[in-house]
Design a protein around this ligand. Structure first.
Ligand SMILES: CC(C)(COP(=O)(O)OP(=O)(O)OC[C@H]1O[C@@H](n2cnc3c(N)ncnc32)[C@H](O)[C@@H]1OP(=O)(O)O)[C@@H](O)C(=O)NCCC(=O)NCCS
Length: 305
């Protein structure tokens, strides 16, 4: 176990080299984007003789601490460094009254959404620290350069009075009421876009002028959840996200209609690839040609003093 020669510091700039060496091949990311994402987070790093060899990036928000990245250079592994870093963060969190730790979360735009299943050693590390596997999720991707509505859609019944389009300025309060009622966890995302006047980033499906389904769109060049991975996804990548249908309108293929409309809009705006972060309905998107790009395991831990 390394001892007194360890120095602790908070400089995120010295960590890009480690990221690039250890994870850069699997998860390539530009230095500027990496630093702009990390500078908003908290950081504890360990150095020996001014050379950083391990770090943890995290954020404490209300009752939860989110761990975004934890990395140790290969030559210093299995010496307890990651455990030391994790324990420090847990201690700080507990002192602030936090009772839950998660590996990433939806709080902000983390580098990871959860733990990729192929990071076997990192999963083993968290399990050894009494974290618990809370299930899995998928990212999906599709090349949409030649996208056309799938044949099965023509056989679906279109409800009378259905129309699709971007949200209208006069509809924004109705849209927010819709999310307060059906999808309160997505309300902040829609509110943010409306406050910025990004009406062309919000697709709505109406029946007889009533909003019954919504979806957000992120066009190529915009920052969206997972857009730090555009290098992996190919050029000109856009993303549909947070697609929801009102409870009483489910089972009627509306998700298919709004998704098809959304992908066509992405294509018109120049997207060559479409990416779905933490896909909640992989089977639906699979019918539109989306395949699984990454498979994650969700890890968390309840903590108490
Ligand atoms: C995961 C990682 C941070 C662990 O760092 P570390 O300093 O070697 O971890 P520790 O020495 O504190 O290990 C604590 C315990 O975790 C478990 N563990 C750690 N690495 C393990 C491995 N490769 N296989 C099995 N168990 C492992 C062991 O139980 C270990 O205790 P032990 O050495 O007494 O058996 C390091 O392997 C790493 O940097 N991996 C690449 C980066 C990564 O994938 N990060 C996750 C994305 S955020």
């Amino acid at each position: 176990m390394l001892g007194s020669e360890l120095e602790f510091h908070q400089g995120y700039r010295s960590t890009y080299r480690i990221w690039d060496e250890v994870l850069g091949e699997a998860w390539p990311i530009e230095k500027g984007l990496y630093e702009s994402l990390l500078q908003e987070k908290k950081m504890i790093a360990i150095a020996i003789k001014d050379k950083t060899i391990a770090y943890i990036s995290y954020e404490i928000f209300e009752c939860e601490v989110s761990i975004y990245v934890i990395v140790v250079v290969p030559e210093h592994r299995r010496s307890g460094l990651a455990t030391t870093l994790l324990n420090r963060v847990m201690h700080e969190a507990m002192e602030q009254g936090v009772n839950k730790a998660t590996l990433c979360s939806f709080l902000s735009s983390p580098l990871w959404r959860a733990m990729p299943k192929d990071r076997v050693e990192a999963i083993a590390f968290f399990l050894a620290n009494d974290w618990v596997n809370k299930g899995s999720s998928l990212d999906q991707i599709c090349n949409i350069e030649r996208y056309e509505s799938p044949a099965f859609l023509a056989r679906k019944h279109k409800p009378q009075g259905m129309d699709l389009g971007f949200v209208r300025p006069e509809e924004t309060n109705v849209l927010l009421d819709f999310h307060s009622r059906y999808f309160p966890h997505w309300y902040p995302f829609y509110k943010d876009f409306i406050d910025q006047g990004k009406y062309e980033n919000i697709v709505v499906l109406r029946i007889n002028n009533l909003i019954v389904a919504t979806c957000m769109l992120h066009y190529p060049g915009e920052i969206f959840s997972g857009s730090n991975w555009v290098k992996l996804m190919g050029p000109d990548c856009g993303a549909p996200s947070v697609l929801g249908v009102a409870n009483e309108h489910r089972g009627g293929s509306l998700a298919f209609f709004i998704f098809d409309f959304a992908i066509k809009k992405l294509k018109v705006k120049g997207a060559k690839n479409a990416f779905i972060n933490q896909s909640d309905a992989a089977a639906i998107y699979g019918r539109f040609g989306f395949s699984v790009a990454w498979d994650y395991v969700h890890l968390s831990k309840y903590i108490s003093i």
